[in-house]
Design a protein around this ligand. Structure first.
Ligand SMILES: Nc1ncnc2c1ncn2[C@@H]1O[C@H](COP(=O)(O)OP(=O)(O)OP(=O)(O)O)[C@@H](O)[C@H]1O
Ligand SMILES: [Mg+2]
Length: 348
């Protein structure tokens, strides 16, 4: 977990930094709110901001407001030299997550960070849960599609033992996934808490699993799937379950888009375009999306499919935003579509 400390008193800044490092935190130091915002604008990966209130120029509350705008999910703890009610009220009004009255001990600091982190993770889960329950239930449709595809392919190729074996594997895998989705629905907090605590989710492992889970379906539909991965393990901070749903929805949409096309190809590619972000591209040679729909497709319930719910991309957008990532789409009608997802890296 990486903490951005903001304090104009160099000595306080240093001792805080040393203390936090000794407890295993990763630290970014900044002596002013402006410098701190620089880190945020440069898309540094930051999981918590610990800021002094009283600083020359922009004060702690101004910084808090800016962080709220730029990174709504990053918790902020304010340090004040004295218990000033007005500051506390203003900070609370701007959704400050925690307070520390100076001087404080390392234990108090650590406890406050723990409290704020758990609270943030919980509220992330609660809002995720209430907004996404219908969408998650809909996720079960993806493994059901894999089961259908694998079963249909298996029936067609009964004499090819290897294909039949892989189809059964695909079916079992999809059944396990449904079980996993059900477990996660019952215990939505778990994926966030355990995985954020554990640190990272290896992105290529999730991508490989996603691609494998569609094996039967893509073979049945005659779709070629290409992988262009960088040769490096890359960890991101987030829920493995949520990240899987993100990619599965994108691949599912690509499969649907190829339905009427003769040349059916999907490419999943990764790239380190900037040092702090991994970019994942999912491209298809499908029907494409008209330009005037490029914004609408992310809205819940927008669909142009007979059997669609219009929820896949709403889930995708939610997951990307909850991880402080970005999503972009480029498309040409009749030629195909490329989705690019940038996710902040778990830093060394
Ligand atoms: N790769 C793609 N190529 C072409 N159109 C796409 C692609 N991805 C999404 N779309 C368009 O965006 C719409 C919304 O996608 P979304 O995944 O949210 O819902 P859906 O696929 O229609 O239904 P659901 O995912 O809920 O089953 C789709 O109906 C389709 O028109
Ligand atoms: Mg979809």
């Amino acid at each position: 977990m990486r903490v951005l400390i903001v304090d104009d008193e160099k000595q306080d800044l240093q001792s805080l930094s040393i203390a936090l490092r000794s407890k295993g935190f990763k630290v970014l130091e900044s002596t002013s709110a402006t410098q701190a915002l620089g880190f945020i604008d440069r898309q540094e990966s930051i999981h918590l901001v610990l800021t002094d209130y009283l600083m020359p120029g922009m004060d702690g509350v101004e910084l808090l407001k800016a962080v709220r705008q730029k990174r709504p999910h990053v918790p902020v703890i304010m340090m004040t030299a004295y218990a000033d009610k007005d500051i506390a009220i203003e900070a609370l009004h701007n959704k400050c997550d925690g307070f520390l009255e100076k001087p404080f001990t390392l234990d108090q600091l650590e406890m406050e960070i723990k409290r704020v982190t758990i609270q943030t993770v919980r509220s992330m889960n609660v809002s995720w849960f209430s907004r996404l329950v219908p969408k998650i239930v809909h996720q079960i449709n993806n493994p059901l599609m894999s089961i259908t595809g694998a079963a249909e392919l298996g029936m067609l190729e009964l004499n090819d033992t290897e294909t039949v074996r892989r189809c059964f594997e695909g079916i079992l895998d999809a059944v396990h996934r449904i079980g996993e989705i059900n477990r996660n629905i019952l215990d939505m907090r778990k994926p966030f808490i355990t995985e954020i605590k554990e640190g990272g989710v290896e992105i290529h492992a999730v991508l490989n699993e996603t691609i494998d889970s569609f094996y039967g379906l893509v073979r049945f539909k005659g779709i070629e799937v290409g992988k262009e991965f960088i040769q490096k393990e890359v960890q991101v901070v987030g829920s493995r379950f949520a990240i899987e749903q993100l990619f599965k929805n994108l691949v599912m949409n690509a499969i649907d888009a190829l339905e009427e096309k003769a040349h059916k190809r999907i490419i999943v590619k990764t790239e380190l375009r900037t040092p702090n972000y991994i970019s994942v591209y999912i491209s298809d040679t499908g029907c494409g999306i008209p330009e005037n729909r490029l914004d609408t497709i992310f809205k819940p319930f927008f669909t142009d499919k007979k059997e669609g719910n219009g929820l896949g991309l709403a889930v995708v957008k939610d997951v990307v935003e909850s991880m402080n990532g970005r999503i972009e789409v480029k498309s040409k009608v009749g030629k195909g579509t490329i989705f690019r997802i940038d996710l902040p890296l778990e830093t060394e």
